[in-house]
Design a protein around this ligand. Structure first.
Ligand SMILES: Nc1nc2c(ncn2[C@@H]2O[C@H](COP(=O)(O)OP(=O)(O)OP(=O)(O)O)[C@@H](O)[C@H]2O)c(=O)[nH]1
Ligand SMILES: [Mg+2]
Length: 334
């Protein structure tokens, strides 16, 4: 995260849910009744730690500094069967696509996919029952009630997989970050060395008539990324959800376009065969480096089984056509 990234995809939070309030052991008493029956109310449940989906959020950044989250305790029950107040819930709002895990066991608890969806992350203690519950025909005056249940304290992890419409797939230096910086307001780091991008960047791409889509710049994958080499492996998981994959091959590759495209495909397939079924577009980047003759040559050797386009982020060539191609593919899928 040292690159000033606006993207946080992992937070670990200590969550404490509230204790349940204790039930009341009150016996009814008024002017006319000296020794009434049991009327102690139930204790209120403690507060849960709750996770709630919010479609307006894109990162977990706002939770980065919340190391401890403490929900309120439930209150004790009162006389006249009055229930104790419920403890205050703590609600953590998260972007869609957030996965909750127990940090100790690594077990996945749930995933938030809908706006407004709520799930309990750390369950609160139940309130204790008041004494009137324990009254029977042979036992008229229970002078005891149930204590409230304890809350829980546990470490949980929230993890976000990018929910982007387009994921950029290419070797380091293919020009992925440059493209993102040209089509969106995102300002990823760009440099002429490999692995400039160490964390994924998100950008919102403005399209015609006020419409937009989300593009994710994913750190470069290299040959063997699916075997765990290079950084790509750690981040490949972010593209599992991207609905369209934009393959990027630089015009100055020392392989042929087809070769490089096929290597990228193979990497993805080895990592997760399902990725192969996602719609794809191929962009040949840095086309400003080609003279007309070379461009015509190379156009003949592009793979025919994928929509493709020559672009130059630097010279702003082919960018609108690329957006058209992507838009068509994004909307085909739905
Ligand atoms: N001539 C030319 N150079 C480009 C173009 N796009 C990117 N570059 C250059 O290519 C180099 C790599 O660009 P990046 O955008 O950082 O590449 P990347 O794919 O994000 O690389 P990693 O983050 O390392 O995976 C930089 O020096 C860019 O200036 C282009 O359209 N034309
Ligand atoms: Mg980059």
């Amino acid at each position: 995260m040292s690159q000033g990234s606006n993207f946080v995809d992992y937070v670990k939070i200590c969550c404490r849910s509230g204790h349940g309030g204790s039930g009341s052991a009150h016996l009814h008493r008024d002017k006319h009744t000296a020794m009434g029956g049991p009327d102690g109310g139930d204790g209120g449940r403690g507060g849960h730690v709750i996770v709630k989906g919010n479609a307006q959020l894109w990162t977990l950044l706002h939770l980065k500094f919340r190391k401890h989250v403490i929900a309120g305790d439930g209150e004790s029950g009162g006389s006249s069967q009055k229930s104790g107040k419920t403890g205050r819930d703590e609600i953590l709002e998260v972007p869609l696509g957030t996965i909750a895990k127990n940090s100790e066991t690594g077990e996945t608890l749930f995933e938030i996919t809908q706006d407004g969806e709520t799930r309990i992350l750390t369950e609160a203690g139940r309130g204790g029952l008041g004494n009137w519950h324990f009254k029977t025909s042979t036992f008229q005056t229970p002078r005891f009630a149930q204590p409230g249940e304890d809350g829980k304290e546990e470490w949980n992890v929230l993890e976000l997989k990018l929910l982007a419409d387009v994921g950029l797939v290419g070797f380091p230096n293919a020009g992925k970050s440059t493209l993102l910086s040209v089509v969106s307001a995102a300002k990823p780091e760009i440099a002429d060395y490999a692995f400039t991008t160490l964390v994924p960047n998100l950008g919102i791409v403005a399209y015609r008539n006020g419409r937009s889509f989300v593009m994710a710049d994913i750190p470069g994958i290299i040959e063997g990324a699916s075997q765990g080499k290079g950084l790509g492996f750690r981040f490949l998981r972010h593209i599992e959800r991207n609905s369209v994959l934009l393959f990027m091959v630089p015009a100055d590759t020392n392989r042929t376009i087809k070769e490089e495209y096929n290597i990228l495909l193979k990497e993805l397939q080895e990592y997760n065969p399902e990725l192969i079924h996602k719609p794809r577009v191929l962009a040949i980047t840095k086309s400003d480096m080609l003279d007309d003759e070379l461009l015509q040559e190379m156009k003949k050797e592009v793979p025919q089984d994928v929509p493709s386009i020559f672009i130059s982020s630097v010279a702003q060539k082919g960018i609108n056509e690329l957006k058209d191609l992507l838009w068509t593919e994004i909307n085909k899928e739905q």
